[in-house]
Design a protein around this ligand. Structure first.
Ligand code: SAM
Length: 203
């Protein structure tokens, strides 16, 4: 799916992924130290704006201009525009405006595993000593009886693919596991499996 696909998807008045921050971002990032963050593939900015409200200087890097426009308006409305910048770049080849950072967030970037590995490694390159990487995805294991998210295994990471992506980067994995949860469907709440990652670059 290219940027045109995403621009079209985001060309609606409502926020496709809501303005509500992701619960795993809140759970894992609330107590992390630091000042500067990159939200890679941050879309309309629900997590970027939440991070900015917690005091972070956030750079949302996404290849959808439409999403980034919505994000900047959202940041303005929430009075955190001074903490938020946008960079329209591909996740695989991006160059941040501000580097290094203390936190890299990558939430639901569901692209093929080769490109995801490149995107993660590029993000890791910009994480300062003592900084963290947080990731969250629909898990490949969700295909076995779980609901929600893409159904193509190639765009669904699991513990093995993320472990491989981080090999040789110098990051220490603090947590990498599936979390069982529920997702709202037309037939009510159904089980869903989410993969979460927290890693740290040693001081
Ligand atoms: C499912 S949305 C998640 C958005 C946001 N992280 C969130 O949790 O609300 C996936 C995002 O990835 C972006 N994206 C997909 N492929 C990309 C790529 N190759 N480079 C940059 N952004 C990409 C899309 O534009 C979209 O905003």
């Amino acid at each position: 799916m290219d940027s045109n696909y995403w621009d079209e998807k985001y060309s609606v008045d409502e926020f496709v992924y809501t303005k509500l921050e992701n619960r795993f971002v809140v759970e894992y990032c609330t107590s992390l130290p630091g000042k500067r963050a990159i939200d890679l593939a941050g879309g309309e900015g629900r997590n970027s704006v939440w991070l900015a409200k917690q005091g972070w200087q956030v750079e949302n890097i996404d290849f959808s201009e439409v999403a980034l426009d919505k994000y900047l308006q959202f940041a303005q409305a929430e009075h955190v525009a001074g903490h938020c910048i946008a960079t329209c770049n591909d996740a695989v080849t991006f160059s941040p405006q501000s580097t290094p950072v203390d936190l890299g967030v990558i939430a639901y970037l569901q692209i093929n595993q080769h490109d995801l590995q490149l995107a993660i490694r590029r993000l890791v390159d910009h994480i300062a000593p003592g900084g963290h990487l947080f990731g969250v995805w629909h898990s490949r294991d969700n295909l076995e009886g779980g609901f929600g998210g893409p159904r193509d295994p190639e765009v669904l990471p699991n513990v093995a693919t993320i472990t491989q992506a981080l090999e040789g980067t110098g990051l220490e994995i603090l947590e990498l596991k599936n979390r069982d949860g529920q997702i709202q469907t037309r037939e009510g709440l159904k089980p869903s499996v989410t993969l979460v990652l927290l890693a740290k670059r040693p001081e």
